[in-house]
Design a protein around this ligand. Structure first.
Ligand code: BDP
Length: 697
């Protein structure tokens, strides 16, 4: 197996299991009047055929016990007859219920829209894939978040920024005429986890995607995705009116500029009536934006909002702003720029905010903007591609990272004001809400660069559907569908996944450290680096190690970034004793001999964490060694080989960081800890002529 089938493998179930299910899967009753009904029917037939080994007949009426009946009460008189209460499930939700119909037992999969029914069909298949009982079902599901979107960082030339899974799956050259089957499989995979939007191009984008030739290609993709409930969005370049419109300015308050965008929006909607809207990275890392014209982010976002609103589109305006504005602390910039604008954004604008204030690090505290802008829908942006977490080869399951952020309590409206409630809109009563994930998808046969990276796409989708799900439950679902239901495999693999993110934090950036990776390409350790021209892109800027101690003082004695959090949280982070040790060096500069909760010194704990990270990876290898034979050789061997790479690189991270920090602290290694394998000079001398996702040949 090469991993292409993702979690939709639909392999034949064990005979005892299949036998249990066959009585409840005898025939399918479903309409075929709409494209979505057709793909739902096909998916059910394909899935049930694969899992149970027989083709289910299609029928118009219930002729046997065990019928599966799918649809909406509007499209199916049989379903209407059931009179199920679907009030609470919304437009994309569904009910799955064991019923009796015309004297026969049946399973009804019912939505208020075809898309809801499609999601229900995928859920039903998942029950079988994961070995759940299906004889007494009464499930009501609906997404808690409106926009569940993948952001592709794909350039039109096929490269993927921070992509470690080959090149872009969008074959712009052959589109619109050739619609690769892979696009359909992409849509199936996304629909199976409830993702309902995709931004096709990188946030750092040229204007070419907005030219008629390219819009036709975009429209072709939209056609493929539509039956699966997926809308397309585009990243747009703020200065497009100059670059392709022949205007002299892109000032958002200039009537000509507004007219240009209005015409562009009209042109797009003519081709793609359900086009989702625009994603904008402005005034960040050299990208053009409203500030070029002394306008605010709100001026810029509202200009787009106004041209999209008549068509039902939205603007996802990023708060990831990176410039030299906040001289004393990089972490404060987004809050300083955006918080004062709360209330100024038009109704169809969402502010897309990274999970933490810095930049997708292995661990950061939650972004202080969450909860700080009650009048504006804030949308979560997670990175699925592992730019800072070992690229394709390291096994790092991101579920615990996402869950840690989503369950963080902002305290803005008292206890329980979690980030999840901010972004699902419930805390402030927003109906528009969103979660975006920067995709890890490319042309590799396995889509994501490694089999385990598929779990990160999966968990993103599941949490976008319901941000209160547990990442462990999701990991278990994924393992069962992707590999096997054999308990002897499932339990150790889920445990391994659940510990994997903490292991990576330990061997890369423990105790609240961050941004120690090589500058630019972000491959491997470079805590010594002070080379970049921008001070706040340098690892030394972030760790601030000197002979006395280490860490960034963000307390009221330092940059006072803590003050951007609600008072109880600010007080906690301001106090070194109350700050959770996982964030210690993020908020405090502490002496090397500072006493940790364990009673050991900080220096001791730092070395211990780095070492534990490597040991954990060795343990993961050990776990995997015992699992030979449970799954196919092809995937087994690749995981084993990647774990060996991870072990080597974890050791590199540990040794390079310890060698460097020891050169600063001047302290001996605690007893029992092995010295770095090579000299600091050696680690500093390593260079990488090509790094995927960053450099081009
Ligand atoms: C950083 C990436 C950079 C992205 C940027 C962003 O290194 O490639 O363009 O985020 O999100 O983490 O805009």
């Amino acid at each position: 197996e090469d991993g292409y089938d993702l979690w939709l493998r639909y392999h034949l179930l064990a005979p005892e299991q299949a036998k249990l299910y066959r009585d409840h899967a005898t025939e399918i009753i479903i309409g075929s009047a709409t494209p979505t009904q057709i793909v739902t029917r096909d998916e059910l037939q394909r899935g049930l055929h694969g899992l149970l080994g027989n083709t289910l007949p299609l029928s118009d009426t219930v002729t046997h016990d065990g019928a599966i009946i799918v649809g909406t009460s509007a499209s199916s008189p049989l379903i209407a007859k059931l009179q199920l209460d679907t009030q609470s499930i919304g437009n994309e939700g569904y009910v799955i219920r064991s019923v009796v119909l015309d004297g026969h037992t049946a399973t009804a999969i019912v939505g208020r829209s075809d898309i809801g029914a499609l999601y229900g069909a995928f859920h039903f298949l998942r029950l079988l894939q994961t070995g759940q009982p299906i004889d007494h079902l009464d499930l009501h599901e609906s997404p808690r978040i409106t926009l569940r979107v993948l952001d592709h960082w794909d350039y039109l030339n096929g490269q993927v920024e921070r992509g470690y899974a080959g090149t872009s799956i969008w074959d712009w050259w052959k589109l619109p005429d050739w619609r690769a089957p892979r696009y359909t499989d992409y849509a199936r995979a996304n629909a199976s986890i409830g993702i309902n939007g995709t931004v096709l191009n990188d946030v750092v984008s040229g204007a070419t995607i907005l030219t008629p030739v390219y819009l036709e290609k975009v429209a072709a993709l939209a056609d493929v995705f539509r039956p699966y409930g997926i809308r397309v969005y585009l990243s747009v370049r703020f200065s497009a009116p100059i670059e392709i419109g022949g205007l002299k300015t892109a000032d958002p308050l200039d009537p000509q500029v507004q007219a240009w965008w209005r015409a562009k929006a009209d042109e797009i909607y003519k081709l793609i009536p359900d086009f989702g809207g625009f994603l904008v990275k402005a005034d960040s890392e050299g990208q053009p934006g409203p500030k070029d014209y002394h306008r605010t982010h709100a001026d810029g976002a509202n200009m787009f909002a106004d041209v999209l609103a008549p068509h039902g589109g939205v603007v996802m305006w990023r708060t990831f702003v990176y410039s030299q504005a906040s001289a004393d602390d990089r972490a404060k910039q987004a809050y300083e720029e955006f918080k004062p604008l709360d209330g100024q954004f038009h109704a169809n604008v969402l502010l897309q905010t990274k999970n933490g204030p810095i930049d997708f690090q292995p661990r950061e505290p939650f972004h202080p903007l969450f909860g700080a802008m009650p009048k504006t829908p804030l949308m979560m942006e997670f990175e699925i591609t592992k730019e800072y977490l070992g690229f394709a080869t390291h096994l790092v399951y991101l579920g615990p990272l996402y869950e840690e952020v989503l369950s963080s309590d902002t305290m803005v409206r008292g206890k329980g004001s979690t980030v999840a409630k901010v972004i699902d809109g419930s805390l402030e009563g927003h109906t528009l809400s969103g979660m975006a994930g920067d995709a890890n998808i490319g042309t590799d046969r396995n889509w994501c660069g490694s089999d385990f990276n598929q779990a990160n796409w999966y968990v993103f989708g599941r949490l976008a559907w319901n941000p209160t799900l547990s990442s462990r439950t999701i990991a278990e679902e994924w393992v069962r569908m992707t590999f096997t239901n054999n308990e002897a495999f499932v339990k150790p693999v889920v445990d391994m996944m659940m510990g994997s993110r903490e292991a990576a934090v330990d061997y890369m950036t423990p105790l609240g450290l961050l941004h120690l990776m090589g500058p630019g390409h972000h491959y491997g350790p470079a805590p010594w680096d002070a080379s970049e021209s921008e001070a706040d892109w340098r690892p030394v800027y972030y760790h601030r190690a000197d002979h006395l101690g280490i860490g960034f003082d963000r307390t009221s004695n330092g940059s006072n970034a803590v003050a951007q959090y609600a008072p109880p949280i600010a007080a906690q982070f301001n106090d070194v004793k109350q700050t959770p040790e996982r964030f210690l060096l993020y908020f405090h500069h502490v002496p090397w001999d500072y006493r940790m909760r364990s009673g050991q010194t900080l220096w001791y704990e730092l070395v211990a964490h780095y070492t534990r990270g490597v040991d954990d990876v060795k343990q993961m290898q050990e776990t995997w060694r015992h699992l030979d034979g449970y799954i196919d050789e092809e995937r087994y061997q690749q995981v084993a080989a990647f774990l060996a790479i991870q072990e080597k690189e974890a050791q590199w991270w540990r040794d390079a960081c310890i060698a460097y920090f020891q050169s600063i602290s001047g302290l001996p290694l605690p007893p029992g800890y092995a010295p770095p394998q090579r000299s600091l000079k050696y680690y500093e001398s390593l260079s990488f002529p090509y790094v995927p996702g960053f450099s081009s040949w």
